[in-house]
Write a protein that binds this ligand. Structure first.
Ligand SMILES: *Cc1c(COP(=O)(O)O)cnc(C)c1O
Length: 393
């Protein structure tokens, strides 16, 4: 693994470490250990072994003929939905839990909104014999009951957070508080390319396997790179992992799709890159949905996994430098794409992923004949109740 290390922990003006001083030694230790492990073949073979035998990598790239006929592009998908637990999040959870083991930290904490990152972390902990505590807003616990059951099934302790709006940002605060108190024996597994340095770098590197595989498969099967790469953006980890391998290929257009919720103009969305301003959340400077006073705004999205008011700092930099284009689609557009992909291709994608497909389905998204590769970040089984309610099934 050759690691792209951000200078001083910053991506342009973004990133950094806006955390209590007591955490700085732990962040330094984590960065040093990660860089050591990344250069070490023993760590590689252990990680690769788990990714192959346990997660099911490499995941395939699937041609989507009916979507291609409909859009006039040559559409294919990188199938992260076929990973164990049904999404890309496990790539990072396994990687970070291995790092924790190397640091001699037996206790893992995580925070989760929709519960997907909690499930991935609980899974990795079960497999590696680590103790797992997951913070989750009380409201989210009610909304995502099945994931709470799943985490407990896997042996994790789920702590409902009752402060503030009882959602993700409150769970984030609680997890950081726990980490400050127990940092000696505890590793905090952050679930996206967010948080203080070195987390955005580490999570990107653990997810970069997606783009590496996608690029290699594309060259092997088609003899060329894609013209366009598309991914949905919540915290930004599946997009960052997918984009990473193509950043140096100037001819590959990269598009990140945010959750436009009820419409950007309504203020009820989760699209900080589309309509936020730089600010600090979760220990990092990045585009953030905030009010006039700098208070973090409530988010809304049909997909719980995109419901995050900020975004990984590297995305903010990629937006400002125009290397990646960011756009948003509404709940309705995502739901339409969700149905379309299921009917046309027989793949029930996650509602998060449906946002990426919705962008591709917009008229004039790309030139006719373009080779468009979508990162299919996860499967939609978890979204059946929402679909039943909203689509009237
Ligand atoms: C969590 C999740 C996302 C959003 O998280 P990122 O860090 O932006 O990737 C997207 N798709 C699926 C399937 C998810 O579970």
């Amino acid at each position: 693994m050759s690691v792209r290390r951000p200078e001083l922990g910053r991506f342009g003006a973004y990133g950094g470490r806006y955390v209590p001083e007591t955490l700085v030694p732990a962040l330094d230790e984590l960065e040093a250990l990660f860089l050591t492990c990344a250069a070490e073949s023993g760590f590689h073979s252990e990680l690769q072994g788990l990714l192959t035998e346990y997660v099911g990598r490499p995941t395939p790239v699937t041609d989507l003929p009916a979507l291609s006929a409909k859009t006039g592009y040559r559409v294919s998908a990188k199938r992260e939905d076929l990973c164990h637990t049904g999404a890309h999040k496990i790539n990072n959870a396994i990687g970070q839990c291995l790092l924790a083991q190397r640091m001699g930290k037996q206790r893992i904490i995580a925070e989760t909104g929709a519960g997907q990152h909690g499930v991935a972390t609980a899974t990795a902990c079960a497999r590696l014999g680590l103790d797992c505590t997951v913070y989750m807003g009380e409201t989210d616990c009610e909304r995502q009951r099945l994931n709470v059951v799943r985490m407990r099934m896997l042996g994790a302790k789920v702590v409902p957070v009752t402060s503030g709006t009882k959602t993700l940002k409150d769970a984030l605060n609680e997890a950081l508080r726990d980490w400050v108190t127990n940092v000696r024996d505890t590793h905090y597994v952050i679930g996206s390319v967010a948080g203080p340095h070195p987390f955005p770098m580490i999570v990107r590197e653990f997810q970069a396997v997606i783009g590496r595989e996608a690029r290699a498969t594309c060259l092997e099967c088609y003899g060329e790179l894609p013209d366009v790469g598309v991914a949905c953006v919540g915290g930004g980890s599946n997009a960052m992992g997918f984009f990473d391998a193509f950043l140096a290929d100037d001819q590959v257009r990269l598009v990140g799709v945010e959750a436009g919720g009820l419409g950007i103009e309504t203020g009820r969305h989760a699209a900080p890159l589309t309509s936020g301003r730089p600010g600090v959340l979760h220990g990092a400077m990045s585009y953030l949905m905030q009010d006039e006073a700098g208070q973090v705004m409530e988010t809304h999205s049909v997909s719980a996994g995109l419901d995050y008011p900020s975004v990984g700092p590297e995305h903010s930099h990629l937006k400002d430098t125009h290397r990646v284009e960011y756009c948003s689609v509404t709940d309705d557009q995502a739901l339409e794409a969700f149905t379309e992909v299921a009917r046309l291709e027989g793949i029930v994608v996650a509602l998060e992923t449906a946002h990426a497909f919705a962008a591709v389905l917009q008229p004039g998204f790309a030139a006719p004949g373009s080779r468009v590769m979508v990162n299919l970040s996860g499967r939609g089984d978890k979204d059946m109740e929402t679909a039943a309610r909203l689509l009237g099934y």
